[in-house]
Design a protein around this ligand. Structure first.
Ligand SMILES: [Zn+2]
Length: 336
């Protein structure tokens, strides 16, 4: 065992050094064809905040440099009656329209939230009543002031609220939740429609919330299910064993459509099972390497030391698989 610990320590240092030297991978593209019926697609032209109607200031005419940047193309997809995915192909939020107002899930950032507000206006004149956070990470929950300014209640799991309140360097663009919910389940009912909020324990970040829409036969899952993509590089803030347990719990719920936050607006429920099987297959392969007399910790020095051909067509496979293995090995030896 002492030999293993020495090997682990040495390879960890080598792996950390190599990871620091690794350049940013190319943007991943997913060509998956989603086979779920889309009832309606509403195209929303991308525009700057200044284009939204409000006069800003004289500098707008001088902002010709903006043309040098390609504006992301935002798209709104009605996944079920009154339930929408909204995003730019890289990140997605969601909203549900009811007769008494709109429930928004994740604001992402100020530009995203402004575009999302315009998209909502294109399908309803109902006010935003709730903004609900999926988890604590800033890349999904900044920009909420856009909705709070018009009176929306910002709601989040207590673990999210606590993390935001205790962060040593808070992000000023993240609105602190007005209300919290606690435990494993909370329902938000508005205008005769229901959003069920589930928290199944540690998986990714704090207070990870899975949204279920019972009448729409759909769920919205952020970060912990990304279709046909291996884990995000070194699986930051993921706890692999809790992640697997959470996916098993999600598989127990009833739903047909899965709305994602990355790579695709939505897809079939099999995406949840495929995500869970990938994590289990990767974990099992590490044990199999040990049984074959190979040293799985080689992935710290050479991320290509592990192969999982079943997933070779998934996005990120060539660059990220070894990094995913590192995260799982670290949880094995650190417990977290
Ligand atoms: Zn996250």
């Amino acid at each position: 065992m002492n030999k293993w610990i020495k090997i682990i320590a040495i390879l960890m240092v080598i792996g950390i050094f190599l990871a620091a030297c690794t350049s940013e991978p190319e943007q991943i593209e997913v060509t998956r064809v989603v086979e779920v019926e889309v009832t309606r697609i509403v195209e929303v032209e991308a525009s700057t905040a200044a284009d939204s109607g409000e006069e800003t200031n004289d500098s707008s005419e001088e902002d010709s440099d903006e043309s040098a940047f390609e504006q992301p193309s935002f798209e709104t997809v009605e996944v079920a009656d009154g339930l929408y995915s909204f995003g730019n192909g890289e990140v997605f939020g969601a909203f549900m329209v009811t007769d008494e107002g709109v429930i928004v899930m994740d604001s992402v950032n100020a530009i995203f939230a402004t575009q999302m507000r315009l998209a909502i206006m294109s399908v309803t004149d109902q006010p935003i009543r709730y903004l609900i956070y999926s988890h604590n990470h800033w890349d999904h929950i900044a920009g909420g002031q856009v909705f709070k300014d018009e009176g929306a209640i910002v709601l989040a799991h207590r673990d999210i609220h606590n993390w935001l309140m205790n962060h040593p360097a808070p992000n000023p663009d993240v609105v602190i939740p007005d209300e919290t919910w606690d435990g494993e389940r909370h329902d938000v009912v508005l205008g005769g429609k229901t959003v069920e909020l589930y928290h199944f324990g540690p998986s990714h970040g704090e207070g990870m919330t899975v949204f279920r829409f019972p009448e729409e036969n759909s769920i919205f899952i952020v970060d912990i299910v990304v279709p046909e993509r291996v884990g995000f590089p070194y699986m930051p803030d993921f706890t692999p064993r809790g992640w697997i347990a959470t996916l098993y719990a999600i598989e127990e719920l009833e739903y047909e459509n899965v709305m994602f936050a990355h790579n695709a607006a939505f897809g079939p429920r099999s995406a949840v099972t495929e995500q869970r099987e990938f994590l289990e297959d990767l974990t099992n392969e590490l044990f199999a390497m040990m049984e074959r007399g190979e040293n799985p910790f080689e992935v710290f020095g050479n991320p290509n030391a592990i192969e999982l051909p079943k997933y070779q067509d998934w996005a990120g496979y060539d660059v990220w698989l070894g990094l995913n293995a590192q995260r799982i090995l670290l949880e094995m030896i650190m417990g977290h």
